[in-house]
Write a protein that binds this ligand. Structure first.
Ligand SMILES: NC(=O)c1ccc[n+]([C@@H]2O[C@H](COP(=O)([O-])OP(=O)(O)OC[C@H]3O[C@@H](n4cnc5c(N)ncnc54)[C@H](O)[C@@H]3O)[C@@H](O)[C@H]2O)c1
Ligand SMILES: [Zn+2]
Length: 363
């Protein structure tokens, strides 16, 4: 088991990572001074797989757990469901000191976090992420949100958890595509911050995809460390934190142009390829870096070309509406070498269009 301390203003918190870490939840709640009522929000899939085990663990450690089970899926991350949860908290007699445990993927984490940030102006939040994406990304950093109208994550807050319990053994049950979804963020983290980690992934990708216990624990822990260090330097997302968006400028455009039929990690994978091609055209990075990144993404089972059914005009349109537009210019995170990226605002529309044309599978 590993512990990573995340520094943030006021309330530093600990991320406990390892196979079997779930059994540390009660101790962590005790250490934080909570007693009795614990409200756990989860989705039906996670409840079915692990709900009973979690309830038993908490009950055996003198807590009274109450499980609130919502349907799975991104659609649940909305104000209506937040309203349902406020109602349940009221019925359960939640007080300002009652901890809310988000037990699930990023959807449960973001929604529960949003409810925790707003109910009684802030309940303590414990993140217990169960997807690879939630373990390495959404449970860290304190961003919580729901979707409203046609926009994603547009109603939200910064609400840091008091603790994160990351049990890598829960990933054994994760469907292949969900696993790859998180792997894209792992590879991204290595590309933006850590050449040694990138080499490690190159040497271990087959063990990663086989979900080897040791390797999984190590890659989750390193990716959490990387995100935590970036977030600690830029908690409110005003500068450095942008580097976490490597691959996301184009990625979001593709996700949105395909009405989310490509999952986030798949779109980000293609986005990292596009960003690296742009960097090559701007003489910022070598072809060797591009080849290594492409090969690693392919070995992870991620796409490296835009599928032919994706409409380029729609991608460019979606990108121009993106929140990563700074003063009318798109902001790109471009690689300089493995482990180092730069934030750039000087990518021309013409270069972007030409690069995306060359990123099509049939090109
Ligand atoms: N707050 C942030 O900083 C941040 C960062 C990245 C993404 N996000 C958000 O995260 C969300 C996506 O999260 P996600 O990819 O985890 O999706 P998700 O929460 O929808 O989970 C994916 C699916 O996996 C199932 N599942 C969860 N754990 C499982 C397990 N251990 N075994 C088997 N099945 C399991 C879920 O029931 C669901 O059907 C998006 O809404 C995105 O906006 C937030
Ligand atoms: Zn992402």
């Amino acid at each position: 088991m590993r512990g990573i301390d995340v520094c943030c203003s006021g309330n530093p918190y600990r991320v406990t990572i390892g196979a079997g870490a779930l059994t540390a939840l009660a101790d962590e709640l005790n250490r934080l001074g909570f007693d009795d009522t614990v409200i756990v929000v989860t989705d039906a899939t996670v409840a079915e797989l692990f709900g009973e085990g979690l309830e038993r663990h908490l009950a055996e450690s003198r807590f009274s757990p109450h499980l609130i089970v919502i349907p799975p899926g991104e659609d649940q991350k909305c104000l209506e469901m937040a309203g349902v949860l406020y109602g349940r908290l009221n019925e359960l007699g939640a007080e300002r000191s009652t901890p809310l445990v988000a037990f699930g993927g990023g959807v449960v984490g973001d929604l529960t976090g949003f409810v925790a940030a707003t109910y009684f102006r802030g309940l303590p939040l414990v993140q217990v992420p169960t997807t690879l994406l939630a373990q390495v990304d959404s449970s860290i950093g304190g961003k919580v949100a729901v979707n409203h109208g046609t926009l994603k994550n547009n109603v939200g807050a910064f609400h840091q958890p008091v603790a994160v319990i990351t049990d890598t053994s829960l990933l054994t049950h994760l469907p292949e595509r969900e696993f790859r979804n998180g792997l894209a963020e792992v590879i991204k983290s290595a590309m933006i911050r850590d050449e040694t980690f990138f080499r490690y992934l190159e040497s271990q990708m087959e063990c990663v995809t086989a979900r080897d216990t040791e390797v999984l624990e190590r890659i989750v822990a390193r990716t959490v460390e990387i995100k935590a260090s970036v977030v600690a330097e830029d908690e409110k997302d005003t500068g450095l934190r942008n580097i976490l968006n490597f691959g996301h400028t184009v990625g979001h455009g593709i996700e949105s142009a395909t009405s989310f039929s490509l999952c986030h990690g798949e779109a980000v994978s293609i986005g990292m390829i596009a960003a690296t091609q742009i960097a090559i055209a701007m003489n910022m990075v070598s072809m060797e870096v591009f080849d290594r990144l492409k090969s690693l993404l392919q070995r992870a089972g991620l796409p490296v070309a835009i599928p032919d059914f994706v409409d380029l005009g729609a991608v460019l349109d979606a990108m121009s509406r993106d929140k990563k537009m700074a003063k009318g210019r798109l902001r790109f995170i471009l690689p300089v070498r493995t482990g180092v990226v730069e934030i750039r605002g000087d990518v021309s529309m013409d270069l972007l269009r030409r690069t995306l044309e060359s990123c099509y599978a049939a090109a």
